[in-house]
Design a protein around this ligand. Structure first.
Ligand code: CP
Ligand code: NVA
Length: 333
């Protein structure tokens, strides 16, 4: 009989609400215990080959460091293959690359342009494929972001265990509707976190993605709501957390001028938060890399900013995801 196809992590949409909570909660537990001296979960028993391939067609600081570091911490061998190193995309098809990589590796972590590239790798791979950013999704970022929120709002944690206590939190996303937002919104829907998006006209969430987010909400026992507006102040009203990302994602450099113009007035500042009526204890998140356009220094480096713990949490999220998808072969608990 043919072997069972592996489970991949291409988007947060691939996870049930319970599995999502488990990955976040496991990331939290690993962070606390590994920092206290406990050994990380081991890839060794799960691996046919110790090698995990990291194939990146775009630049990366956090995603590369966290996934490569997680593989090392877990006893595997990370093999980084930048786009100049590998035949993929120049001399060789996705299909052939995927079959060959997965025959000698235990997982593939892939950063791509079009989402169809990572989906194509997954289609032909005999080992788990983990999306390290595509134009549609950034699941590892979302896991780290919710871990950051669990830590930032600890008094909301009720009952311990897998209860994260994030229900009823409100995220205001001010800026571009992009890959980071899409997985965040899918995760929020599943976790009962409300999201209000403020984007200029023409930069809202595409219809097909709205449907994906709606489907995510329908899978949740207590779904978070999603609202959209063109007015940052409206989105910010009663928000616990303000989030943004660059206005110019990798691959959109040619649109820079047009985008800077379209997003004028969307820079997150303390004045904007005050005028919009954010909650008194509001916090700020950004996946990084950051430019001053979308948030000023006062907020970015200020006491409300969670951006550096959020970046560090990428490591704990990567460990949790590798444990779930590689060590435990997609049986996430
Ligand atoms: N947040 C994030 O994915 O950053 P990098 O592009 O540096 O990996
Ligand atoms: N939206 C950004 C995120 C980078 C981590 C991009 O796609 O470039």
């Amino acid at each position: 009989s043919t072997p069972k196809p592996p489970r991949h992590l291409l988007s947060i949409a691939d996870l049930t609400p319970t599995e999502l909570k488990s990955l976040i909660s496991n990331a939290f537990t690993h962070k606390v215990f590994i920092k206290a001296g406990k050994t990380p979960p081991s890839l060794k028993d799960a691996l046919l080959s110790k090698t995990i391939g990291l194939t990146f067609s775009k630049r990366s600081t956090r995603t590369r460091i966290s996934t490569e570091g997680a593989v090392v911490a877990m006893g595997g061998h990370p093999m980084f293959l930048g786009k100049e190193d590998i035949q993929l995309g120049v001399n060789e098809s996705l299909r052939d690359t995927s079959i060959v990589m997965s025959s000698m590796m235990s997982a593939i972590v892939a950063r791509v342009g079009p989402h169809s590239d990572v989906a194509g790798l997954a289609e032909y791979s005999s080992v788990p494929v983990i999306n390290a950013l595509s134009d549609l999704y950034h699941p590892l970022q979302t896991l780290a972001d919710f871990l950051t929120l669990v830590e930032a709002f600890p008094n909301r944690v009720s009952g311990g265990g897998k209860k994260l206590g994030l229900e009823g939190l409100k995220i205001a996303w001010v800026g571009d509707s992009n890959n980071v937002l899409f997985d965040l919104a899918i995760g929020a829907a599943k976790l009962g976190v409300d999201v209000a998006v403020a984007a200029p006209k023409g930069y809202g969430i595409p219809e097909s993605m709205l449907n994906t987010i709606k489907t995510a909400a329908s899978s949740a026992p207590h779904a978070g709501t999603l609202t959209e507006t063109n007015d940052p102040h409206e989105a910010i009203k009663d928000a616990d957390i303000l989030v943004t990302d660059t206005w110019i994602s990798m691959g959109q450099e040619e649109e820079s001028k047009k985008r800077l113009k379209a997003f004028a007035g969307y820079q997150i500042t303390n004045e904007m938060a005050k005028k919009g009526g954010a909650k008194e204890g509001w916090k700020f998140m950004h996946c990084l890399p950051r430019h001053q356009d979308e948030v000023n220094d006062e907020v970015f480096y200020g006491p409300r900013s969670l951006v550096f713990p959020e970046a560090e949490n990428r490591l704990w999220a990567a460990i949790s995801a590798l444990e779930g998808f590689v060590v435990n072969k997609g049986k996430i608990q």
